[in-house]
Ligand binder design. Sequence first.
Ligand SMILES: NC(=O)c1ccc[n+]([C@@H]2O[C@H](COP(=O)([O-])OP(=O)(O)OC[C@H]3O[C@@H](n4cnc5c(N)ncnc54)[C@H](O)[C@@H]3O)[C@@H](O)[C@H]2O)c1
Ligand SMILES: O=C(O)C[C@H](O)C(=O)O
Length: 326
Amino acid sequence: MKAPVRVTVTGAAGQIGYALLFRIASGAMLGDDQPVILQLLDITPAMEALEGVRMELDDCAFPLLAGITCSDDPNVAFKDTDYALLVGARPRGPGMERKDLLEANAAIFSVQGKAINDNASKDIKVLVVGNPANTNALITQRNAPGIDPRNFTAMTRLDHNRAMTQIAQKTGKTVNDVKRMTIWGNHSATQYPDLFNAEVDGTKAIELVDQAWYEADFIPTVQQRGAAIIKARGASSAASAANAAIDHMRSWALGTEGDDWVSMGVYSDGSYGIAEGLIYSFPCRCKGGDWEIVQGVDVGEFSQAKMTATETELAEERDAVKHLLP
Ligand SMILES: NC(=O)c1ccc[n+]([C@@H]2O[C@H](COP(=O)([O-])OP(=O)(O)OC[C@H]3O[C@@H](n4cnc5c(N)ncnc54)[C@H](O)[C@@H]3O)[C@@H](O)[C@H]2O)c1
Ligand SMILES: O=C(O)C[C@H](O)C(=O)O
């Protein structure tokens, strides 16, 4: 058996937390030979509810669960931690865009970035789920100058998984037949799901559908899926978001499959002409606990315009929080 690793989850008493913690503790995220110590963070008024979640975790008797701490202090929750899933933030309601949450949520991530910088392992892997995820990841990263910027990522895996299922259903195949899906840019309504490079059963997806369906149906469905769930459920996605967080961390820690790739919001190094330093979703391959942006992916005129539009939105969000970016 390996030595336990520490996994911090913020917003642990919330709805995503409830769908996430039990799967991390079961080994779904880091493998069934990797014990974990859960370090759970929430705000003071949520401590009683969090205690209930801890009791339920205890009651599962997970063989891989080597310890649980609950705290309302980020300095405690991030102490020596190896992985952090930053979920704790306000969700949007009907009629809101995710960037409308910037004012309410941004300060959380500057505090947590500092706490990560001061307390966590220097090799920590951070996934930001709380919205607007890309810009919150940027705030976290910039407040943790002692840690490699590549260790901070934002979640677009939910959009990636949504796009996989939409194209599989349209073409009468299963998600097992879909490879090389890419979500470019921001986890927002400007994100660009790319069917020019995605493949279904070895054929370029764009060749299997008509351009009108791609533009008028597929792209808006993926872009607006979060809003559709809020409208239907009266609450934002939780189980599918937790599942995507597990997928993201598992790919990063244990590697992507063969020559396939996944979508991750990562620190831009200027690849594909995207401004350096933005947290932008790219096609990524992972190996040995590290990620790299896949190079040489085809970008035609149509894709370029959409990739630039979502980059522009991210630059606007960055400028709106510049007071939180040291
Ligand atoms: N990136 C994605 O794909 C994606 C998908 C779904 C949801 N989200 C986002 O995830 C976030 C959480 O969603 P949810 O449905 O679990 O919300 P929720 O309201 O059910 O839970 C949020 C939890 O965070 C806690 N919290 C608030 N401030 C905190 C702080 N400073 N420190 C620690 N915890 C804090 C709250 O007390 C609550 O327990 C929202 O911002 C939502 O929009 C992102
Ligand atoms: O849409 C939301 O606000 C929640 C989440 O980001 C989602 O995509 O489901």
